[in-house]
Ligand binder design. Structure first.
Ligand code: CA
Ligand code: CA
Length: 144
């Protein structure tokens, strides 16, 4: 039986290395998809909402400023993250992601991001629904 052991071991090492790579790729892809599901609206920026490239991979998955804040927030979308302005442009993360109060439900009939929360971009095209929601939110805080 010892005669076969070296060959078996070589195959085994190659197998486990290959398996680790596959599991790593699948793991990252699942993590990214699960993280994306946390966002109230993920289109059109998709992976670019958090990453610096369109197709992040295990060796190349740098995060943009919003991705870093999302990570620091425990990979959870909530009101704290909604009220930050990760990229420092004119809009809060909640406005850019179409969920001003960060409750996970898109504002009104919003179905697309108004801007990328991780890139300083044109995000001032907020519609009437966004402004109404934001005014209602401010009124809630002013009342307390
Ligand atoms: Ca912003
Ligand atoms: Ca932005």
């Amino acid at each position: 039986m010892n005669f076969f052991t070296p060959i078996y071991c070589k195959q085994s090492v190659a197998f486990w290395v290959a398996l680790a790579i596959v599991v790593g790729l699948v793991g990252l892809s699942q993590a990214t998809e699960q993280d994306m599901l946390q966002l109230p609206v993920s289109s059109p920026h998709l992976c670019l909402s958090c990453h610096t490239i369109t197709s992040p991979s295990p060796g190349d998955a740098d995060l943009n400023p919003f991705g870093l804040d999302f990570l620091e927030n425990g990979r959870v979308w909530d009101s704290n993250l909604a009220q930050l302005n990760s990229d420092g442009d004119a809009c809060l993360n909640g406005v850019e992601l179409g969920d001003s109060d960060g409750d996970g439900q898109p504002d009104g009939n919003v179905d697309e991001q108004s801007g990328n929360p991780g890139v300083a971009d044109e995000c001032g095209s907020s519609n009437l629904v966004d402004e109404k929601t934001w005014d209602a939110l401010k009124a809630m805080f002013d009342g307390n």
